[in-house]
Structure formats: C-alpha cells, structure tokens
Design a protein around this ligand. Sequence first.
Ligand SMILES: [Zn+2]
Length: 80
Amino acid sequence: MREYGKDNELIRAVCNGCKKEMKVEHGILKEGLFEGVQRFGYFSEKDGITHKFDLCEECYDRMTHSFALPVTEIEEKEFL
Ligand SMILES: [Zn+2]
C-alpha cells in the first residue's frame, strides 16, 4: 500500500503481506518493494475491478517460493 501526498510525492509505503513500514526518504522508496497491479477484464469474475498491492522482498520470496513453476529470472546488464 502506497500513500502519496501533494504533488504525487510518495510519503508512505507498507507491505500488504506483513504490514512492514518501508523506508521512504524525500519521496523515494529506499527498499525493494514489489508492486502488483491487476486490472480484471471482461472474461474475469472481477470484471472492471483493479487490485493493487505491495510486498516487501521477504513476502515476495514467500509468495514466489510457493509457485509450482519457478519465476523466470533475467539478469539486467545495465541499470538505468
Ligand atoms: Zn512483507
């Protein structure tokens, strides 16, 4: 969950999985935080609904380790 202040500056970020308060300094998130956004469409039971959530790295790892198939891992050569 992310809260934004005036000028759309990030003021607070909390993991939806464990309620961990993430480190935010001057509008910049200083820790890894997964942002999940899913817009459900016509062929879904949740047509027209959008779900958003954030997971700290620990909760992200717990979720992905429960997958039957592992995530695809790609090593980025350049950081922008
Ligand atoms: Zn968490």
